[in-house]
Design a protein around this ligand. Structure first.
Ligand SMILES: [Zn+2]
Length: 171
């Protein structure tokens, strides 16, 4: 009997070697070998999965924790709080009202300092820097055009969120 070998389609994927801390390309397969050190790498096909895998502790401890504390500290250097009386642009008032509403729902003391800093920082930036303010306008216009999906019914949920919206009235 004649057996004809049909070559399988070879797909090149990007992999990451945690030993070398480098990306490399290899033929798709589970844990393709790093050409530099011979370790098994991790396929970078699913960004969320990749970030939550071996890099999770690195991202939390080396990226997020220092970034969050820098945001809180640096925004805290600005001592005047944004209010409806000291903001000039109508969109800053939209941001103010949106953040006020957000903090009526948010109920997590641990997360609140960085969220407060981001909320105040977004208004400072919008008020004082037209370069980024107009680009933020563009980003928000584009999000509207591209039909950003609404949150799923009942989300966020849990003890850290007070919900005022009645989901039973969703159609
Ligand atoms: Zn390697």
């Amino acid at each position: 009997m004649l057996v004809v070998a049909i070559p399988l389609k070879q797909v090149i994927q990007q992999y990451f070697c945690f030993k070398c801390d480098k990306k490399y390309e290899a033929i798709e397969g589970i844990d393709a070998i790093c050409p530099t050190c011979g370790s098994r790498g991790k396929c970078i096909k699913n960004l969320g999965e990749f970030l939550l895998a071996d890099k999770r502790d690195f991202i939390i401890n080396k990226v997020k924790v220092p970034l969050i504390s820098a945001i809180i500290r640096l925004v805290g250097l600005i001592k005047i709080k944004p209010t409806a009386l000291n903001c000039r642009h109508p969109n800053s008032l939209v941001l103010l009202r949106m953040w006020e509403r957000f903090f009526r729902s948010e109920a997590n003391e641990g997360r609140e300092p960085v969220e407060r800093a981001i909320s105040e920082g977004s208004i400072y930036e919008y008020e004082h820097d037209p370069y980024y303010a107009r680009r933020l306008d563009w980003v928000l216009e584009e999000i509207n055009k591209r039909k950003w999906l609404p949150r799923e019914s009942g989300r966020p949920r849990g003890i850290h969120w007070r919900e005022f919206h009645d989901y039973t009235k969703d159609t």
